[in-house]
Design a binder for this molecule. Structure first.
Ligand code: COA
Length: 328
């Protein structure tokens, strides 16, 4: 039986740091407010790079860690909510930047859950034998699209730029044991970027831009409530489907949105802090990049090691939420 597993992981963040204190000079906010509410202390921001540029940097690192070369990749899956252009997607731009052959490239738009959805997509293509080596990238440039004024302060302080990538390949033993994916579109406007979009004619107007409707908007408390509930549910779903308990899992990786959400779930599920790795204090919420960025750092720090059984989980705009069980 053919399975898939992760062969290599890498990440990249732009060097420029934007601290909470820097934000205090741009809007009516405070380091205290941001730390207490979210746990975030600073985030990275690009100068000129685009999402596919960050994705490229993470991709070359992941490919090298897998012991492969770009020419060995035969499918690109690119998860992002901040593509370089409305169309075409970031995946084809990455195909060009990697200088590889005319391989397929697809984008997926599941926001903070994009990486786990992407794992499921990659797993399918490998298990059926359609492709050997799938490059899955989660990358975001949020900073160019945020409202860094007091009007946008509830959203702008949360997000950051970054990228993470994995290469998946075939395996006799299961690497990806399971995934559980969900969506609930009735809450699409609880965390969204309304314009530009084909729901409107024209897709955006000068008045819309004046009113800031091109910036992401969030009903923070509603998102918080749903996230806390859904994270718990989807982790329990993953454990039950594999006849596992919290004790059987070596590491849990949470989408890095808010330390208070992570602490609430850890407390409810009795997950000890030694089984988690967080970096949102340094990067904020990097959406589709968040999980691979976290897992890649955990590998570099020696926390995530070969043979570990792990459970990544995510929740985000859509709403979408997802979990997986993976043998590292
Ligand atoms: N700095 C200072 N004050 C701010 C602020 C900021 N950056 N952003 C909002 N505020 C103000 C609000 O205007 C409000 O003021 P008011 O009481 O005078 O009206 C006050 O702080 C409280 O706002 P509220 O939205 O109730 O705060 P909160 O405790 O819910 O925290 C979030 C806000 C965004 C941190 C919180 O709701 C959250 O983390 N939600 C989930 C977000 C998330 O995880 N999103 C990603 C999911 S993938």
């Amino acid at each position: 039986m053919r399975h898939s597993r992760i062969l290599g992981i890498g990440h990249y963040v732009p060097p420029t740091v934007l601290t909470n204190h820097d934000l205090e000079t741009q809007m009516d906010t405070s380091d205290d407010w941001i730390r207490q509410r979210t746990g975030i202390e600073e985030r990275r921001v690009v100068t000129e790079e685009s999402t596919s540029d960050l994705g490229y940097e993470a991709a070359v690192r992941a490919i090298a860690k897998a012991g492969l070369e770009p020419k060995d990749i035969d499918l690109i899956v690119f998860a992002t909510l901040s593509p370089d252009f409305y169309f075409p997607g970031a995946g084809v731009l990455l195909q060009h930047k990697l200088g590889v052959g005319e391989i397929p490239a697809l984008d997926i738009r599941q926001q903070c859950s994009g990486f786990v959805y992407g794992l499921a997509v990659a797993d399918q293509f490998i298990r059926t034998g359609a492709y050997e080596h799938v490059l899955l990238v989660g990358a975001e440039v949020q900073s160019k699209g945020l409202d860094y004024t007091t009007r946008g302060r509830d959203v702008a302080v949360i997000f950051g730029d970054g990228a993470g990538a994995v290469v998946l390949g075939p395996s006799d033993e299961p690497g990806i044991h399971s995934f559980h994916l969900h969506s609930q579109g009735k809450y699409h406007d609880m965390l969204w970027m309304e314009k530009p979009g084909s729901a409107h004619r024209p897709i955006i107007t000068p008045e819309d831009i004046e009113e800031g409707r091109q910036f992401p908007k969030m009903e923070g408390q509603t998102v918080f409530k749903h996230a806390t509930r859904r994270f718990g549910e989807v982790i329990k779903e993953a454990l039950a489907a594999n006849n596992l308990t919290v004790d059987d899992i070596d590491m849990f990786f949470f989408h890095q949105a808010n330390l208070r959400i992570i602490e609430a779930i850890s407390k409810a599920l009795k997950i000890p802090p030694t089984k988690t790795y967080n970096n949102l204090h340094r990067y904020g919420n990097t959406t589709a990049a968040s999980l691979p960025l976290c897992m890649s750092e955990a590998v570099d720090a020696g926390h995530l090691r070969p043979g570990h059984l792990i459970c990544p989980a995510a929740f985000g705009s859509g709403f979408t939420w997802a979990s997986a069980i993976i043998r590292w």
